[in-house]
Design a protein around this ligand. Structure first.
Ligand SMILES: NC(=O)c1ccc[n+]([C@@H]2O[C@H](COP(=O)([O-])OP(=O)(O)OC[C@H]3O[C@@H](n4cnc5c(N)ncnc54)[C@H](OP(=O)(O)O)[C@@H]3O)[C@@H](O)[C@H]2O)c1
Length: 250
């Protein structure tokens, strides 16, 4: 019996990276995990297989976010596999690396559609499905609170918007015992950061220098914090912004 046995969780963007780390951790803790993916069905099936291989239960659901009707499509698919929800982790997101003077309107619209509009409507439709005492975690970023990488301004803005969603929805859902928090990673070793970390000989060392702990995070470090927030131990923490940057904001 795990601490999440009997619970159902949905993790968006769980085919790879941080989302996969979270999905695998929640699966190990006993939750039945809906492994959402966008384009990478093979990778999502690998996440499902890893959870099942560790004795857990999971299923994959693919919906491209940032497209009209994405949230409704996601929940329609979810409802075919599960009856109600206990844990929602809004993790799927895309980045931008162009500074404001080079960023095109199309790219701005896309990053807001995937990183803000999609989680907003996923949460809107989750409300009727979430059981009392449930948990919502929105994966933010340390960049919402530092100007260390100003070329990522549009991406950082999306995470600021997501943080407001966490804060305000904690009030909306609090009377049902549902907590809503933002978890903000620093630089984590995933496909997303591969160009930064592995694109130049000193990339890793430069990234490590941002953190007080002198390192680069792994998905498991984020997953451990999410696991706490969604456990019974997280019941009195809501509307919070939890720093998982290894001290990059100090
Ligand atoms: N890595 C970092 O250093 C870092 C730092 C701070 C915050 N974060 C945040 O942590 C989260 C995960 O980041 P990551 O580095 O693990 O990212 P990643 O390795 O690029 O993986 C992104 C995941 O999101 C899914 N996804 C992306 N766009 C999608 C779309 N339009 N529709 C559906 N699914 C989509 C991908 O699915 P498919 O591959 O199936 O399309 C994949 O599962 C994001 O919210 C990111 O902003 C990351």
């Amino acid at each position: 019996m795990g601490v999440l046995t009997g619970r159902t969780a949905l993790v968006t963007g769980a085919s790879r990276g941080i989302g996969r780390g979270i999905a695998e951790r929640l699966g190990r803790d006993g939750a039945r995990v809906a492994v959402h993916y966008g384009r990478n069905e093979t990778a999502a099936k690998e996440t499902v297989a890893a959870i099942e291989g560790a004795g857990g239960s999971a299923f994959a659901l693919g919906v491209e976010l940032g497209t009209p009707g994405d949230a409704e499509a996601l929940w329609e698919e979810f409802d075919r596999h599960a009856d109600g929800l206990d844990i929602l982790v809004n993790n799927a997101a895309i980045g931008t690396t162009r500074p404001i003077d080079q960023l095109e309107e199309r790219e701005y619209d896309e990053v807001f559609a995937v990183n803000v509009k999609a989680p907003f409507f996923i949460l809107k439709h989750a409300m009727a499905r979430l059981r009392d005492g449930g948990r919502v975690v929105n994966i933010s970023s340390g960049l919402a609170r530092t100007a260390a990488m100003p070329d990522n301004v549009a991406y950082a803005m999306t995470k600021g918007a997501l943080d407001v969603l966490s804060r305000d929805l904690s009030k909306v859902l609090g009377h049902r015992g549902i907590t809503v928090n933002s978890v903000a990673p620093g630089i984590i070793d995933t496909d997303n950061t591969a160009p930064l970390l592995h694109g130049s000989p000193d990339g890793w060392a430069k990234a490590a220098a941002y953190s007080a702990l002198g390192g680069v995070g792994r998905p498991a470090e984020v997953a451990d914090v999410v696991a706490f927030l969604v456990s019974d131990g997280g019941r009195w923490t809501t509307g919070s912004w939890v720093d998982v940057t290894g001290g990059s904001l100090t």
